[in-house]
Ligand binder design. Structure first.
Ligand SMILES: *Cc1c(COP(=O)(O)O)cnc(C)c1O
Length: 431
C-alpha cells in the first residue's frame, strides 16, 4: 500500500488508521474526508525535532494552514507546540477561536487588506510576512494607530526555479508574491522597513514552490537568501535574525513517486546554511519552515459513493461519484495525480479503466482519468488517497453542493471534526 496507515482486511476492505473505510462511510455518509490524527502529529514532530536538532534555538516549523484549515487542526498544532502561517482574517479567526497563541502566527499573502492588518494587529499576531511597499506603509500606519511595534519578515523572491508545476512555482522573479532580490526591489523594501518607527524588521522569507522532492532547490534558495542577508548587513548594518525558507516538501501521491525523508533534507539544508554562514561570517539565523502538504496530505483520504458508470464503447468509461471538484479541485486545476481504489473490493482484479467524474455541471469536473479498478456499480464506494492537503481547504459550494464532513481518527477513535454542511447552511446568508 502507498502508506503504512493503509491496510486491507480479510474481507477485502480498505482500512485507514486502523478503521474499516466501509464502516466509516456507513456511519458518517459520503462524501467523507477522513484524517489520521496520529500521522498528522507525528509529521509535526518529525519537522519540529529535526529543526530543533539542526538549527539554532527558536527554529521551528510553521504549519501552512492554507493546506487544511478548521478549528481542530489548529488545536492540534497548538498542542504540538509549532507555529502556523495564515493568509486571511478567516484563517486567523479560526485559529484564534481554536485557542492558538497569536504570537506563533505569521500572516502571509500578497494582498492583505486594511481590515486584515487591523484585525491581525488587534489580535497581537506575532509577525506579518510583508509582501510589498504599499503593504509596508499600511502596516506602519496601523501599528502607529494602535501604538505598537509590529514584527515583520519580508517576502523575497530569490529567483529559484524549483522544477515543479508552473502554477505552484512561486520563487521566480515574475511571481505575484514578494519582491525580487535580482531587481533591487528587495533592497529597497529593506531600506524602507528599517526607517519605519513602528516596524521591527526581523528577517526574510521565501517560498520557492510546492511538491519539491529534492533538497537542492531549498539549498539554492538558502544560498541566495544568505547572500542577500550578508549584503544588507554590509550596506545597512542590519543583521537579520530569522530566515524563513517557506514550505514545499513533497509527498508521494502514487506508487511512482519517491518518498521524501524530511529530517534528512533538513539536516542537509542545515549543513549548507552553516557552511555558507561561516564563509560569509554571518551568525546562523533562526530558521523557520512552512510545511503544509507534507504535514497533512498523506494523513487524509476521501470516500465517495458511486452513482453509476457510463460506458462509451471503445472510448471511455466514466464512474460518477457524489462529490468532485467541489471537494477536490486539484485535478481540474493542475491535473494532479491521485491513487484511487475500490475500498470494498481490494482483493478484486482491476480489469476496468475508469475516468472518475464529479457531479458538477462542468465536463472538466474530474478527479482522475484512466484509473484501473474492478467493475463498480451504483452504491459502491470509491476512495481517493492523499487528499489531506488542498482538498477540504479548497472546497466550494458550486452547484450548491454541501461540503463534506471531516472525521479525525485519534487515540479515542473517529470523531466529527467538521460537520457536513446542511441544506440550510447553504442559504444562511441569503437575504
Ligand atoms: C503554500 C505555501 C506554503 C506551503 O506549501 P506546501 O507545499 O504545502 O508545503 C508555505 N508557505 C507559503 C508562503 C505558501 O504560499
Amino acid at each position: 500500500m502507498l502508506y503504512d496507515n493503509l491496510s486491507v482486511s480479510e474481507n477485502g476492505h480498505l482500512c485507514f488508521a486502523g478503521y474499516d473505510t466501509a464502516e466509516l462511510a456507513a456511519r458518517y455518509g459520503t462524501p467523507l474526508m477522513v484524517l489520521d490524527e496520529d500521522r498528522i502529529r507525528s509529521r509535526c514532530r518529525v519537522y519540529k525535532h529535526a529543526m530543533k536538532e539542526h538549527f539554532p534555538a527558536g527554529s521551528m516549523p510553521l504549519f501552512a494552514s492554507k493546506a487544511l484549515s478548521f478549528k481542530g487542526i489548529y488545536a492540534i498544532m497548538a498542542q504540538e507546540g509549532i507555529g502556523i502561517d495564515v493568509v486571511s482574517s478567516g484563517e486567523l479567526y479560526t485559529a484564534l477561536e481554536a485557542g492558538f497563541p497569536p504570537g506563533r502566527m505569521y500572516f502571509h499573502g500578497n494582498n492583505k487588506t486594511d481590515f486584515d492588518i487591523r484585525f491581525a494587529i488587534q489580535s497581537h499576531i506575532g509577525y506579518f510576512v510583508c509582501d510589498n511597499i504599499p503593504e509596508l506603509e499600511a502596516i506602519e500606519q496601523e501599528a502607529a494607530q494602535q501604538d505598537v511595534t509590529q514584527k515583520i519578515l519580508l517576502r523575497l523572491a530569490p529567483g529559484i526555479d524549483a522544477h515543479t508545476h508552473e502554477k505552484i512555482n512561486t520563487g521566480r522573479i515574475d511571481s505575484k508574491f514578494g519582491v525580487a532580490i535580482e531587481t533591487g526591489q528587495a533592497e529597497e523594501l529593506v531600506a524602507l522597513a528599517l526607517q519605519k518607527p513602528h516596524i521591527a524588521l526581523c528577517g526574510y522569507h521565501c517560498h520557492i514552490g510546492s511538491q519539491i522532492f529534492e533538497h537542492t532547490p531549498f539549498c539554492d534558495a538558502a544560498v541566495m537568501m544568505l547572500d542577500f542577508m550578508a549584503q544588507m548587513q554590509r550596506k545597512y548594518g542590519y543583521q537579520a535574525k530569522i530566515l524563513n525558507l517557506g514550505g514545499g516538501m513533497a509527498v508521494p501521491y502514487t506508487e511512482k513517486d519517491p518518498t521524501v525523508d524530511y529530517s534528512e533534507n533538513i539536516r542537509k539544508i542545515s549543513a549548507l546554511i552553516q557552511k555558507v554562514c561561516r564563509e560569509k561570517s554571518l551568525d546562523v539565523p533562526v530558521v523557520l519552515m512552512e510545511p503544509g502538504r507534507s504535514i497533512v496530505a498523506d494523513s487524509g483520504i476521501t470516500l465517495y459513493t458511486v452513482g453509476g458508470a457510463k460506458v462509451i464503447p471503445d472510448l471511455k468509461n466514466y464512474l460518477m461519484v457524489d462529490g468532485g471538484m467541489t471537494d477536490n479541485p486539484r485535478y481540474t486545476l493542475y491535473q494532479s495525480e491521485y491513487t484511487v481504489c475500490a475500498p470494498e473490493y481490494m482483493h478484486d482484479t482491476p480489469d476496468m479503466h475508469y475516468s472518475i467524474a464529479g457531479r458538477c455541471c462542468e465536463s472538466g469536473d474530474l478527479i482522475q482519468e484512466n484509473v484501473p479498478l474492478p467493475k463498480l456499480n451504483r452504491g459502491d464506494l470509491l476512495a481517493v488517497l492523499t487528499t489531506g492537503a488542498y482538498n477540504y481547504s479548497m472546497a466550494s459550494n458550486y452547484n450548491r453542493l454541501t461540503r463534506p464532513a471531516v472525521i479525525l481518527i485519534g487515540d479515542e477513535g473517529p470523531r466529527v471534526a467538521v460537520r457536513r454542511e446542511s441544506l440550510s447552511d447553504l442559504i444562511r446568508n441569503d437575504v
